[in-house]
Design a protein around this ligand. Structure first.
Ligand code: PMP
Length: 405
């Protein structure tokens, strides 16, 4: 069998692989706790269900405009105005099959072969792979001060004449850090001055804790959208816990949206109208849903911080948003892939190795699940790693004894 060098070099999505491993273990009856997955446990908002069901029951599910159902685009325009205080036109919006596809389309649209894209570590696993898929070169910038917050000085050093875009994801997957307002202001100004595209992956922008808010890039631009370099990605997956609907979107200058539209028309025709109707139902429904989801996750964050706080040697930065944290486990292992595998085998807990996010020695823990799972998951990790914790633990109805180290 021969596949292209490029396709053969693309790594498997580690989070989707871990999901599959967890599913197989559960199928075998193993009491696995999944701290790897990035999706909340909530039920789909009823307005989304009804809206999708209405579309289906008409029995008329056909192609729709490739840039999205006009009614959904209208709801996205309203959302953009409410969330960002930014008025955009229908020609600035394109709906895709998830934020993932929206980001891929943007990169495909912007990059020539060998163009560079700056990616800020810790980063979402898919960015470097997507850049490579369109023959671009990912340039990873890691904060030299050991924090999870990028610094302009490091970014400026990494920019070259081939830099086409910078991807910013705040609140950040995997660290949960919300980038400071001064940083967003600086990077918007820098990108506009250097004519570099700024791709803001805002998929978690409403999942922020303690009364804070993620500063939107639009606040700092001096240019009208058509002359700006700002591209904002969003979606319903994290906002409403509607990961399986696969609807995301992109807001950008018209000339970019129209090229993305050609790309999308030739590859997918359009995102499923049934799912688009669901997204519209969610966007137009009661928004208290988002707030109650946010409060649940914030409570989970507090539980995680408390549990990790009692863990000898593990250092954790408190997440300001998302449903992830990225504790430093270097006191126990330098090799996060090995450590994650060990925890799955011995403690039946799924974690994601930090190496996948450009932060070796760390593990990403998701607290999107139930408080019970989060508490028990961390207790199991502690039992497996911390020699000062009690020697035995119950996993399901099995009593396990720690007989290593
Ligand atoms: N961006 C980031 C930072 C994410 O974490 C995710 C999902 N894990 C996505 C984009 C993709 O979102 P969607 O499910 O809408 O494709």
């Amino acid at each position: 069998m021969s596949v292209s060098e490029l396709a053969g070099a693309i790594i498997e999505s580690p989070t989707l692989r871990l999901n599959e491993e967890a599913r197989l273990l559960r199928e075998r009856g193993e009491p696995v706790i999944h701290l790897g997955i990035g999706e909340p446990k909530n039920k789909t908002p009823i307005t989304a269900i009804l809206s999708s069901a209405a579309k289906l029951s008409q029995g008329d599910v056909k192609y729709c405009p490739s840039d999205g159902l006009p009614s959904l685009k209208k709801a996205i325009i309203r959302y953009t105005e409410e969330a960002y205080d930014k008025v955009v036109a229908p020609e600035n919006v394109i709906v895709s099959s998830g934020a993932k596809q929206a980001i891929f389309n943007v990169l495909y649209t912007l990059l020539n072969p060998q163009d560079e894209v700056i990616i800020l570590a810790p980063y979402w696993v898919s960015y470097p792979e997507m850049v490579k898929m369109v023959y671009g070169v990912p340039v990873i910038v890691t904060p030299e001060d050991g924090s999870f917050h990028p610094r302009m000085a490091d970014i400026e050093r990494a920019v070259s004449s081939s830099t086409k875009a910078i991807i910013v994801n705040s609140p950040n997957n995997p660290s949960g850090v919300v980038y400071r307002e001064a940083f967003i202001a600086e990077i918007v100004e820098f990108c506009e001055r250097k004519k570099i595209y700024l791709i803001m992956d805002d998929i978690y922008h409403k999942l922020v804790f303690d009364g804070r808010a993620a500063p939107p890039c639009y606040r700092f631009t001096t240019k009208p959208l058509e002359d700006s370099r700002l591209i904002v990605i969003n979606g319903i997956a994290k906002l409403y816990g509607m990961t399986g609907f696969r609807i995301g979107w992109c807001v950008a200058p018209r000339r970019i949206v129209s090229v993305i539209n050609n790309v999308q028309a030739q590859t997918t025709s359009c995102a499923s109208p049934v799912m688009q109707a669901g997204a519209e139902g969610a966007l137009l429904g009661l928004q208290s849903f988002v707030e109650s989801l946010r409060l649940t996750i914030q409570n989970n964050r507090d539980v995680v911080m408390r549990e990790l706080g009692s863990f000898n040697g593990v250092k954790t930065q408190k997440p300001d948003g998302t449903f992830y944290c990225l504790p430093d486990f270097r006191a126990y292992s330098q090799d996060s892939v090995e450590l994650s595998g060990f925890l799955l085998k011995k403690a039946l807990v799924v974690t994601v190795p930090g190496r996948e996010f450009g932060m070796e020695g760390h593990l990403r823990l998701s607290f999107a699940g139930t408080v019970k799972d989060v508490t028990e998951g961390i207790a199991r990790i502690k039992w497996a790693l911390d020699p000062t914790s009690p020697n035995d633990i119950y996993i399901g109805d099995k009593r396990l004894i720690r007989d290593w180290r």
